[in-house]
Design a protein around this ligand. Structure first.
Ligand code: BGC
Length: 347
């Protein structure tokens, strides 16, 4: 009898254990280890997925499109039940996505939309248009554009044309600023304002720095001030800051960013970058882990946007997380008190 009870207890424990821990293998494909945010995204997701009981195949693709294509193909052929992808170039994974569809494997686009494919099941990201709006509104208020005549000198640095997000960031900010450009309150001396003229292929700091240096030597070498430099994210803001440090003696401009990367938080504390937009990668990772669980359990998947993200084939059901304004004034609460960074990280 005693023996029977202990067998029953064991069986019950196994059942409880199996219930608490989900089963399945999840492929996570990240673009690169070069930028801080993707390391954080990858690590957060792996940790949370493993804690939930999944096996994780996490790969970084060194910003090499072919490498990412191979890695995703291997995930699909290697038995992953769901694949989560932050694409290097949104339109380049077609053959892997076709394979996923053929095998019935759901695909979640992570942060960046996967384009030109009907094999994308869901998209989880931050509200990308709002990121741009937050930057534009900050500039509007900092220069008091409704009340000041200006003219203020503005230059613009946007993101990678292969990343669907880059256009949203740019449009969100420009929709706020364009009326002031039209009214002559903001003047772009370089004349470079169209997205393709201000884009930064691969989002690289050096690429943004080279363009900024050439703008400074061509249009501001006469000693005229530049009042504001709209930068879509932190890696490009860093390039602009480097260029200004090397080639500019005027009054330091307002510089925007996004991500609250460590070097940029230091620049905010130093007073060289005015603001950034904080996108807590823990929030996004948690949302995706929830999506994976809902997909694998056959439950309804939580989405909050079913109209915005058209990838030229389908409108992908999306969950948009909230981006938050960050600056030297609130970084302690936002980044330190929340445990995102330690004081040591920002030294
Ligand atoms: C992300 C940004 C990031 C940029 C460069 C975008 O897709 O949304 O957070 O700064 O890529 O990595």
């Amino acid at each position: 009898m005693k023996r029977l009870v202990s067998i029953l207890l064991c069986v019950m424990m196994v059942c409880v254990f199996a219930n608490a821990f989900a089963e399945g293998k999840v492929g996570v494909s990240m673009p690169t280890k070069d930028l801080q945010r993707w390391n954080q995204d990858g690590e957060n997701m792996q940790k949370m997925l493993e804690e939930a009981g999944y096996t994780v195949d996490l790969q970084y693709a060194s910003n090499d499109v072919q490498q990412q294509l191979n890695q995703v193909t291997n995930m699909i052929n290697g038995g992953c039940d769901v694949v989560v992808i932050a694409a290097i170039e949104g339109s380049s994974l077609g053959s892997a996505l076709d394979l996923a569809k053929e095998k019935g494997i759901p695909v979640i686009a992570y942060d960046r939309l996967l384009m030109e494919s009907d094999a994308v099941s869901y998209y989880a990201t931050f509200d990308n248009y709002k990121v741009g709006t937050v930057q534009g509104e900050y500039i509007k208020q900092a220069l008091d554009l409704d009340n000041q005549a200006g003219p203020f000198a503005l230059e613009v640095t946007a993101g990678d044309p292969g990343d669907n997000n880059a256009n949203f960031f740019y449009s969100g900010a420009m929709d706020v600023l364009q009326p002031y450009i039209d009214a002559g309150k903001l003047v772009v001396k370089s004349g470079q304002i169209a997205f393709n003229d201000v884009a930064t292929p691969t989002w690289k700091t050096e690429v943004a720095q080279n363009r900024a240096s050439s703008i400074l030597s061509s249009f501001y070498a006469d000693g005229s001030n530049i009042d504001v430099w709209l930068c879509s994210n932190d890696s490009t803001a860093l390039g602009v800051i480097n260029a200004l440090e090397d080639n500019y003696d005027g009054e330091w401009p307002i510089i925007t960013g996004q991500d609250c990367d460590k070097p940029n938080v230091k620049k905010m504390i130093e007073g060289k970058q005015a603001m950034s937009v904080f996108k807590d990668t823990r929030t996004l990772a948690a949302q995706v882990v929830k999506m994976v669980g809902q997909i694998l359990a056959g439950e309804t998947v939580d989405v909050n946007d079913t109209t915005t993200y058209n990838n030229n084939k389908i409108v992908v059901p999306s969950f948009l997380c909230e981006p938050v304004f960050g600056s030297a004034d609130n970084y302690v609460e936002l980044l330190l008190d929340s445990g995102y960074y330690t004081e040591e990280d920002l030294k």
